[in-house]
Design a protein around this ligand. Structure first.
Ligand code: ADP
Ligand code: MG
Length: 698
């Protein structure tokens, strides 16, 4: 019935919906859509998750222990032993040379599939069990006339499948597509490059990834496809960067020796070597009329604010404005306070915009910003994106802590083309920095300023909570302050093992530390109240601050030397490290006490990493190892297509090569207009759409 709307085989194109492929139709097309496969092109990139290589069948008497083998035989008997610790399904098969036992653990489902008399082909590892050869958990098929091509039938790719669409069905559906690779897949590179880079052709790569003739060819196919994926990704980033540099102009902010020493005089300490290097890089960028696009990485407390303020003052010295955007009001307030401290007595005009500011006062301030009467404006990202007009904004500093909002950055760039400095306290491993921020330059503060006390971290058993409280009491008596951090504001019934800030605040202030001032801080409080509590805590008028993760960002109270984190197993590693960064800011020794009861292996590993490791970069690497790049870092979240086959950690060498070649191509042919780059260009457009601005050029 549907046959008349199906395209004939010869007209298969990459953009054709999979629905029109033989064996698909509307219902299956829906299942495919849920797997992210809409077009034939998607299907070609729906790679197997595993591959099976079936050796040619041998006779039973040729089987040898510890080798994989395939045998064909008749089922003599079957037996299911469900009472065993590991239930086991067993079949005896025979051919004209002997008899062999096959077992499948947890094989209860095979009772309906295998019956005496059938001929099966089984393929798997041969082992010795009580001096008899046997196969354990082999793959198998029941042979009949239809499956005479047995080896091919179950060798090859194993696709990620669903209950409604099995791997074998996918294999059948993709077959005619593979027969048309000649028209569907175009080569990107010339022969000499392929040879030099030790890459196989693109057509072969697609053919072999789906139907590998042998393991070596499969490995070559994987390498080629991974390379292409990484190359296109880096090319997209490179082009985006190129556009940014060449199609938008920024104010060149010159840094003279005089300006430099005038700015440095503002800081009551010598800058560290790392701070100096970062400032050098930033000043060089800002000195050009291409917009700076730089990421400043440094652990919490490493001294990023000083570097950022230097950049802001450099803009001001060039008679321009700078904006500092923070993720929360608390952090914006914090930035403003430290700026005030450094700029005491300076002529630089600065303002903090808060949500509390309304009506006439707000209008007045906005007026001053738009006429250039304010030099440095601090506020939250949300506030600064609203209706504020700058007279001559030359620099935007975005403090993202450990969030990255590429979208926001893009949005801001539409209005103006200021230099852009993004600060993050999440030390991103080099691999990630390179890919996620492939269009950003990166500056790193590796070592914190001198005079930092050490932080001792302990994972405390809940039975030792009274002891921990006594320990904290001693520190409070010595006039130190403490944070108690909870994963929740209020308790929820379904999750009764997690303590919540509001309840524990009452308990701590009434029963545990009645002689001290204990206050509560959380995100749902009105912002004026939050500011007030933070300010009291900063002044030392509050001894214990009970809070949710709102303290995670930007709070700088060197006298706070104790942090208790409840439900620590609920937090991610990066977040725990961020939280801990609130203490150890003064010279005194600090203590971080983690509470969290869990059997979860990953959570336990996180807490163990915390107790033995203080270095943010090392923690980030551990995090990457524990979580895998996929979870820690979704490329899509950053406006890039997800990687389907390559992995930026495991394929780092290929990534490096791809990046080098992609950036070289951008240098040679930035619009990809040359005929020899036509295929690359087409693939790139298919992947990125016009977000990289290629589409406007025919
Ligand atoms: P970050 O923003 O990276 O978390 P900050 O810039 O807030 O770090 O700096 C943390 C603390 O270190 C602040 O109290 C700051 O005054 C201090 N600090 C920054 N740079 C130096 C330096 N070079 N020498 C001594 N102290 C410094
Ligand atoms: Mg800071």
């Amino acid at each position: 019935m549907k046959s008349e709307i199906r395209n004939p085989k010869s007209e298969i194109t990459l953009l054709m919906p999979v629905q029109y492929l033989k064996g698909v139709g509307p219902a299956r097309a829906e299942v495919f859509a849920r797997l992210g496969v809409h077009t034939v092109g998607d299907l070609l990139e729906y790679f197997p998750r595993d591959w099976v290589f079936v050796p040619r069948a041998i006779k039973i008497n040729q089987m040898e222990p510890n080798r994989t083998a395939a045998v064909i035989g008749q089922v003599e008997s079957t037996d299911y032993q469900s009472h065993r610790r590991r239930p086991m399904f067993e079949a005896m098969i025979s051919d004209d040379t002997g008899i062999c036992r096959i077992v499948w653990f947890h094989g209860g489902y095979l009772q309906n599939q295998l019956q005496p008399g059938q001929i099966i082909m089984a393929s798997g590892k041969v082992t010795l069990y009580r001096h008899q050869l046997q196969m354990t958990n082999p793959k198998f098929i029941v042979l009949d006339e239809k499956h005479s091509q047995s080896a091919e039938y179950f060798s090859g790719g194993v696709y990620p499948a669903t209950a409604k669409l099995g791997s074998r069905q996918i294999k059948r559906i993709i077959r005619p597509v593979l027969d048309n690779l000649g028209e569907l897949v175009q080569e990107f590179y010339d022969k000499s490059f392929l040879k030099k880079a030790n890459l196989i052709g693109r057509k072969d790569a697609f053919a072999w990834i789906h139907l590998p003739p042998d393991e070596k060819k499969l490995a070559q196919a994987k390498r080629r496809l991974k390379y292409d994926e990484l190359f296109l990704m880096q090319l997209g980033l490179g082009l985006r960067r190129f556009r940014m540099k060449h199609f938008s102009a920024a104010k060149a902010c010159v840094c003279t020796d005089e300006i430099d020493s005038r700015i440095r005089r503002r800081f009551p300490f010598l800058l560290t070597e790392d701070q100096d290097n970062c400032i050098c890089e930033i000043a060089a960028d800002m000195g050009r009329s291409e917009p700076m696009n730089r990421l400043l990485q440094g652990d919490v407390g490493s001294g990023k604010t000083v570097v950022a303020l230097y950049a802001a003052l450099l803009a001001v010295a060039n008679k321009r404005q700078a904006a500092i955007m923070a993720p929360t009001e608390i952090l914006a307030g914090q930035h403003f306070l430290s700026i005030e401290r450094y700029l005491k007595g300076s002529k630089v005009r600065r303002a903090l915009i808060t949500g509390g500011l309304t009506g006439k006062k707000r209008a007045e301030l906005l007026g001053q910003i738009s006429c250039g009467a304010i030099d440095i404006v601090v506020g939250t990202v949300a506030l600064l994106q609203e209706d504020i007009e700058f007279q001559k904004l030359a620099l935007v500093i975005i403090d993202e802590q450990h969030k990255f909002g590429v979208e926001q950055r893009a949005q801001l760039r539409k209005q103006t083309t200021p230099h852009c400095l993004v600060m993050t306290a999440t030390p991103i491993p080099r691999t990630l920095a390179m890919t996620a921020f492939g269009d950003l330059e990166v500056s790193v503060i590796k070592h914190s300023p001198p005079g930092r006390g050490t932080v001792i971290t302990r994972w405390v058993d809940r039975r030792d909570r009274p002891k921990a409280h006594e320990f904290i009491r001693e520190r409070l008596k010595a006039k130190k302050q403490a944070y108690f951090v909870y994963p929740r504001i209020t308790a929820v019934e379904q999750d009764s093992d997690v303590r919540a800030a509001t309840d524990e605040w009452r308990n701590l202030s009434d029963s545990v530390f009645p002689e001290f001032k204990v206050e509560l801080l959380h995100g749902r409080m009105p912002s004026a109240k939050k500011q007030e509590i933070m300010s009291e805590f900063r002044k030392g008028k509050i001894d214990v601050l009970v809070s949710t993760v709102v303290v995670e960002v930007g709070v700088d109270v060197p006298n706070a030397t104790v942090m208790v984190i409840e439900g620590a197993d609920r937090f991610g590693l990066a977040q725990l490290h961020q939280l801990r960064g609130r203490i150890g800011r003064g010279e005194a020794k600090s203590y971080c006490l983690l509470f969290g009861q869990t059997d979860n292996e990953a959570a336990r590993s996180r807490l163990e990493v915390m107790t033995r490791c203080n270095d943010g970069f090392e923690i980030a690497e551990q995090d990457l190892r524990l979580r895998g790049p996929g979870e820690m870092f979704s490329t899509r979240q950053h406006g890039l297509p997800d990687l389907k086959i390559a992995n930026i950690v495991d394929d780092f060498d290929l990534l490096t090569m791809a990046r080098r070649n992609a950036f070289e191509l951008v240098r040679q042919d930035p619009m990809l207009t040359k005929a020899e780059h036509r295929n690359i260009r087409r693939a790139l457009l298919a992947k990125f759409g016009d977000s990289i601005g290629l589409a406007d050029v025919a």
